[in-house]
Design a protein around this ligand. Structure first.
Ligand SMILES: [Fe+2]
Ligand SMILES: [Fe+2]
Length: 203
C-alpha cells in the first residue's frame, strides 16, 4: 500500500521502544522538518498554483503533529532540544535529478517515500508500545497513522496532478526511488531515530 521496497526489520521497534525518550525527540524533529519541507516547496514552486493549498495543509498538519509530540516529551518529564540532523533525508534526496521539471517530480516522490516510511515505523511503534507502560504513547502513534498514510498519497497526487511524466513513468520512478530509499535506510546507523537501521545484535 505504501510502495516501500523493503519492510522494517522487526528488531527496530523493540530497540526503539527501549530508548523511547530519544526516539520521541527525533520524532519531534521529523515533524518539524516535514512542516518546513512543505513550506519550502510553497516558496520554491510558487509558479505552480495547484500545489499551494495541499502543501499549506500538509505544513499545518505536520506542525500540529510537532506540537503533540513535544507535549508527550514534556509529559514524560523531558524537554525539546536540539539534535544533530539525521542523514536519512539528505541521502535519499541525493538521487533527485537536477533539471526541472524532473527535479520537482523526484522531490515530491522522495517526500512521499519519507511519509511512507514514517507511517510504517509508527505502525511498528504503536504495536510495540501497546503492551508497555505508557499506553498514551501507543495511542499517539495510532492517532498519527492515518494522516501520515494520507501524506504519502498527497505527495504522489501532487506529482500526478503536475503531469510532469505519464502515469507509467511516474510509477516506474516511484519504484526506483523506493529501492533507493530501502538502500539508504539500511546504511543508516542503528540508533533511536525514526529513520535508523535495526540493531544487528538484539541480545
Ligand atoms: Fe506528521
Ligand atoms: Fe507526514
Amino acid at each position: 500500500m505504501l510502495h516501500l521496497a523493503t519492510p522494517t526489520d522487526p528488531h527496530w521497534a523493540a530497540a526503539a521502544v527501549r530508548a523511547m525518550d530519544d526516539l520521541l525527540l527525533d520524532h519531534a524533529h521529523c515533524e518539524k522538518k516535514a512542516a518546513s519541507t512543505a513550506l519550502n516547496l510553497i516558496f520554491r514552486y510558487a509558479t505552480r498554483p495547484a500545489m499551494m493549498v495541499p502543501l499549506a495543509r500538509l505544513a499545518r498538519e505536520e506542525l500540529a503533529h510537532f506540537e503533540v509530540v513535544v507535549e508527550h516529551i514534556r509529559r514524560r518529564g523531558g524537554e525539546f532540544r536540539r539534535l544533530s540532523p539525521s542523514p536519512y533525508a539528505p541521502a535519499l534526496l541525493q538521487c533527485v535529478r537536477p533539471q526541472e521539471p524532473l527535479k520537482l517530480l523526484d522531490t515530491l516522490l522522495c517526500c512521499a517515500l519519507i511519509e511512507a516510511r514514517s507511517c510504517e515505523r509508527m505502525q511498528r511503534l504503536a504495536a510495540a508500545l501497546r503492551a508497555g507502560e505508557d499506553p498514551a504513547l501507543a495511542r499517539l502513534y495510532e492517532s498519527l497513522l492515518a494522516s501520515e498514510a494520507r501524506h504519502f498519497d498527497s505527495y504522489v497526487d501532487l506529482a500526478r496532478a503536475e503531469a510532469i511524466v505519464d502515469e507509467s513513468s511516474l510509477r516506474a520512478r516511484l519504484k526506483e526511488l523506493a529501492e533507493h530509499e530501502a538502500a539508504v535506510l539500511s546504511a543508516m546507523p542503528a540508533e533511536a531515530r525514526m529513520h535508523s537501521s535495526a540493531p544487528q545484535d538484539t541480545t
